[in-house]
Design a protein around this ligand. Structure first.
Ligand SMILES: [Zn+2]
Length: 467
């Protein structure tokens, strides 16, 4: 064998080893499919039979109170419970054991509503049934997670179940994943026109990171999915790593974190990046390793979308530094940081104009003057403020559905400098505002002045307003 042949053979061997290694990495990158969980099918006849018991929240309350556990089956109570939740647009159903009975509470538009109580012995049967269906252990003194789906003629609703041992028994929460959240289009998120333009500009940059901040349940993921749908093209490779995968999106490769199988955000993301996708969605950044890999990907030609638990857009930066991310990396890697909250929408059928005194009118005028020039003042006045009333259409709440309020902090060259200089949350916030950020609270006030929501809702989400 000549020297050249030997070299060729070695190269071929090395190439083969590399391909094998890549193949193993590829296999690990594709996370194991979540086990197929149980399904409850509700027949159209049964749905029709239940319809009068779930038309309004009051109907549901009386149906719960009248339910005959002695003679009725637990299965039929469960159908009533689940379909009521779906019908009343509940995001989750909470079962909270007390001394002798268990409180059933529905969270609707972010607010908890007591729907009734189930006697303890029947709750034991109900919770066993839910746990069996969700492939959870019946007797466990540890918190557990599971899932199942409800199939009706018109929809399939995924239900995520979690259990936590509590003083009087297990607390169960069933989260109902609303498929409509997936259909949210970028144009219907609730971004003002001027903010929408900023988002579209940042989405057109083919590399860099867009981070969304806010607490659990603030709609961060829905927003990022709408971005994904906007930028995903047939010629692009889009991969996600999520915990858990909430909605299956057609045409997108989705993987799920599975710590037990060694597929964490960090290891999964590392494997995904090696496959050189164009766009990556990382469900959440909560450790330095994931942050580091994500930012490296953003710096090397990938578009990365992710979320961070922080109070507001500016707060994401100190949060990343606390995790151990180098402050010099943050600015260059991130293009845009967003903050968002959900507030309730006024019910259009019953809202009424609010009484506003002269003093507040003056203050609102001054407040509007302080906003950046890009914000349209068209049609804005104190006369646009409305109050909730309550009617049949909104089940007496005065509100129906929710809308997001946003703030956008584009990370440009100036911002990079002050981040690299180690500015704290307060300085970053002041910097962002000085450079034209309209805060979540200001966005909320603008939405209140358009009669979409109320000042009270904005204060509940963002704190007292200093008019
Ligand atoms: Zn109403």
């Amino acid at each position: 064998m000549s020297l050249i042949d030997e070299q060729l053979a070695r190269l071929a061997r090395e190439h083969e080893e590399r391909s094998e290694k890549r193949e193993t990495e590829r296999r690990t990158a594709v996370a194991p499919q979540a086990e197929v969980a149980g399904v409850i099918s509700v027949s159209p006849e049964r749905e029709q039979e239940l319809a009068p018991s779930m038309a309004t929240f009051a109907d549901v309350k009386s149906a719960f109170a009248a339910f005959d556990f002695e003679n009725g089956s637990i299965a039929s109570f469960m159908e009533l419970l689940l379909l009521s939740g779906v019908r009343l647009r509940a995001s989750d159903i909470h079962m909270e054991p007390q001394e002798v009975s268990v409180l059933m509470r529905l969270r609707i538009d972010g607010i908890m509503n007591d729907a009734g109580a189930v006697p303890m012995p029947y709750y034991k049967m109900l919770s066993s049934r839910i746990k069996l269906l969700s492939r959870m252990k019946l007797n466990a003194d540890k918190p557990q997670d599971g899932r199942f789906s409800v199939r009706t003629e018109s929809a399939q609703i995924e239900v995520r179940v979690s259990s936590v041992p509590a003083q009087y028994g297990e607390t169960l929460v069933m989260r109902l994943l609303n498929p409509a959240a997936l259909q949210t289009d970028i144009g219907s998120l609730g971004l003002r026109q001027d903010d929408f333009a900023i988002v579209m500009r940042e989405l057109s940059v083919p590399n860099g990171m867009i981070l969304n901040t806010g607490p659990t349940g603030s709609g961060k993921t829905t927003t990022l999915y709408s971005f994904l749908k906007k930028v995903a093209q047939p010629g692009n490779k889009v991969v996600t790593i999520e915990d858990p995968i909430e909605y299956a999106v057609a045409g997108i490769e989705q993987t799920q974190v599975d710590e037990d199988k060694g597929y964490s955000f960090a290891t999964g993301l590392r494997a995904i990046v090696r496959q050189d996708p164009d766009i990556i969605l990382v469900g959440e950044i909560r450790d330095a390793e994931t942050a580091g890999i994500g930012m490296q990907a953003a710096l090397t030609g990938h578009q990365v979308f992710s979320t961070v638990h922080a109070n507001d857009a500016a707060g994401a930066i100190p949060r990343l530094m606390d995790m151990g991310v180098q402050k010099e990396t943050i600015g260059p890697a991130i293009n845009l940081i967003m903050g968002q909250r959900l507030v309730r929408r006024l019910c259009d059928a019953c809202k009424k104009p609010a009484q506003v005194d002269a003093e507040l009118v003056l203050k609102i005028k001054q407040y509007l003057e302080m906003l950046p020039a890009r914000v349209s003042r068209e049609g804005l006045s104190a006369e646009g403020l409305y109050e909730p009333v309550g009617c049949a259409a909104c089940d007496g709440a005065g509100y129906r559905g929710r809308i997001a309020i946003f703030e956008l902090f584009p990370v440009n060259a100036d911002a990079e400098k002050i981040i690299a200089a180690g500015a704290g949350a307060g300085d970053l916030y002041a910097f962002a505002v000085a450079r034209g950020m309209v805060t979540m609270q200001q966005d909320g006030v603008l939405k209140a002045l358009h009669g979409i929501t109320t000042v009270a809702e904005i204060e509940a989400a963002t704190g007292p307003i200093a008019f």
